[in-house]
Design a protein around this ligand. Structure first.
Ligand code: SF4
Ligand code: SF4
Length: 343
């Protein structure tokens, strides 16, 4: 068992007894993207002066000093960054590492990144090439499937690596759920589902995503729960997260458990979806500790505790928040994590 797991357990327990401690550094490795998803406008953004390798390493070291045990590289598309293997190598000596990719470049780059990853997630919402092209703006499904095959061929070479696909639940992808569940089962990989959350920060998107009818949405969730009961090692979402979405209960969002840093070193609080989200500092100008403990950051995270959004199901915020809210969920969350490690 790697050391950061113990730090993660310690971080969860600290938050449980009221000591605010970040668990995760979520880093947008680059704002660039090689897809043109119709429900996203990130790819239209101007790219700024993105952090260099030495600056990213410094930010990682500072996040570790703050107690974070998990490093998640996202984008844009993180595999567009040449030095992503060096970033992951540095991070994995100190933290658990995850990379989330659209998978288009995975077959090409998997051997560069796999040695330095604990978790690798590929976004995949459909197995239908024309629907993929419609949703993602690129005729690239074949490339993504090649990336998944590249992982399958290397399963024994990288036994430490846990691999899953992640499906965004929205109107167009609800009918795809049974196919994707069976695909993951057949391939012996994990699958997670996350309802789409139209981003406050993405108001310029021309085709904001929709959930579909409540009936279709709930039926898809029930199907996932039934499948999970039969194949717990395939569906990686916790059952309490899936049931919580189904019941749409209130929760206290603990956004302070996640440090969100964009490609240029801006620290964002509480999250991109909160109506008053803002940049609370830049890692080039201030120490992370000073930024995280600033009045503005504290106030924004406190506002997340009473977040007005009732349509937010972001896994990276909701799961830790639910875990911290109850001892029984903390136990089940940790048990599910250790089960995943043994799978
Ligand atoms: S959703 Fe992700 S993969 Fe698609 S355009 Fe936006 S950043 Fe790129
Ligand atoms: S509930 Fe939390 S993660 Fe969701 S929008 Fe509000 S602050 Fe952000």
């Amino acid at each position: 068992m790697r050391l950061p797991y113990f730090r993660l357990v310690k971080g969860i327990l600290k938050n449980k007894i009221g000591v605010q401690a970040p668990l995760t550094l979520a880093y947008e490795a680059t704002a660039a993207c090689n897809l043109r998803c119709r429900f996203c406008s990130f790819w239209k953004r101007q790219r700024g002066d993105e952090l260099e390798l030495s600056e990213v390493r410094d930010a990682i070291a500072q996040a570790v000093s703050e107690g974070a045990s998990f490093f998640a590289a996202t984008g844009g598309e993180p595999l567009l960054r040449e030095d992503i293997p060096q970033i992951l190598k540095f991070a994995r000596k100190r933290m658990l590492t995850l990379l989330v990719t659209n998978g288009v470049l995975l077959a090409e780059r998997i051997d560069e990144i796999a040695p330095f990853l604990d978790f690798l997630t590929v976004s995949l919402d459909t197995l239908n090439p024309s629907k993929y092209k419609y949703l993602r703006g690129c005729d690239c499904l074949e490339d993504v499937l090649e990336g998944i095959s590249a992982y399958e061929e290397r399963r024994k070479k990288y036994p430490h690596l846990k691999f899953n696909i992640n499906t965004v639940l929205m109107r167009e992808t609800l009918p795809e759920v049974p196919y994707l569940l069976n695909f993951a089962l057949k391939k012996r990989i994990g699958i997670t589902f996350e309802p789409v959350v139209p981003l406050t920060s993405d108001a310029s998107c021309e085709n904001p995503p929709e959930w579909g009818s409540p009936e279709d949405f709930n039926n898809a969730l029930k199907e996932i729960l039934r499948f999970k009961a039969r194949h717990p090692a395939t569906v990686w979402n916790t059952d309490y997260y899936l049931k919580w979405i189904l019941e749409r209960k209130n929760f206290i969002c603990r956004s302070e458990t996640l440090i969100r840093m964009d490609a240029c070193g801006n620290i964002i609080a509480p999250c991109y979806d909160h109506p008053s989200y803002d940049v609370v500092g830049n890692i080039r100008e201030k120490r992370l500790s000073e930024i995280l403990h600033s009045k503005k950051a504290r106030e924004l995270h406190e506002s997340a505790h009473k977040c007005p959004r009732k349509d937010c199901y972001l896994m990276c915020y909701v799961e830790p928040s639910l875990v911290i809210s109850s001892f029984s969920l903390a136990f089940r969350g940790l048990a599910s994590m250790f089960m995943k490690l043994r799978a």
